[in-house]
Design a binder for this molecule. Structure first.
Ligand code: HEM
Length: 134
């Protein structure tokens, strides 16, 4: 009946909501891409992307959708699988970690709290196996 126990508990909002929704995620992705392009450890791999504004915008849109969807938001990722997208690039663990560092910097710049930061990294971390080739 009406006991408190039967009532719907306050559910924790999705990670998507706690990150601040699509606008906040888009800002993080923009800062992330800025960091990547400035990161001499990995920016050689993005030379062709940066030289082509269509490719840059597509990458931005795919990253926003991927993070939104992975965080439980109302987006669907329409890009390639991580294996397909990175095949033959020879990405190393060192480079993978550098890119994650660039994402962490972007999350910190936007004051994303530790819990949400770690949850997002836990969504992306398992993709390493499909991206790194060393
Ligand atoms: C968790 C880590 C990573 C995630 C979530 C991720 C995500 C993505 C996504 C969503 C795409 C677009 C796929 C498509 O076009 O359909 C992409 C492409 C790409 N990624 Fe990654 N990536 C990661 C790590 C890396 C690393 C470590 C490097 C290199 C150091 C890298 C280099 C690239 C390049 C060069 C492209 C192609 C961009 C273009 O289309 O011009 N990625 N990645």
């Amino acid at each position: 009946g009406c006991s408190d126990d039967d009532e719907k508990k306050e559910e924790t909002p999705t990670l998507y909501t706690r990150l601040g929704g699509i606008d906040a995620i888009s800002t993080v992705v923009d800062d992330f891409l800025t960091n990547v392009v400035a990161d001499t450890e990995i920016n050689d791999k993005f030379e062709a992307t940066v030289a082509d504004s269509y490719r840059t915008q597509l990458l931005r849109a795919n990253l926003i959708d991927q993070i939104c969807a992975g965080a439980g938001g109302p987006c669907s990722y329409k890009g390639k699988s991580m294996k397909e997208a990175h095949a033959g690039m020879g990405i190393s663990t060192v480079e993978f970690n550098a890119l994650v560092g660039d994402l962490v910097k972007a999350l910190d710049k936007n004051s994303v709290p530790t819990a949400e930061k770690n949850e997002l990294l836990a969504v992306l971390g398992p993709m390493k196996a499909d991206i790194v080739e060393d």
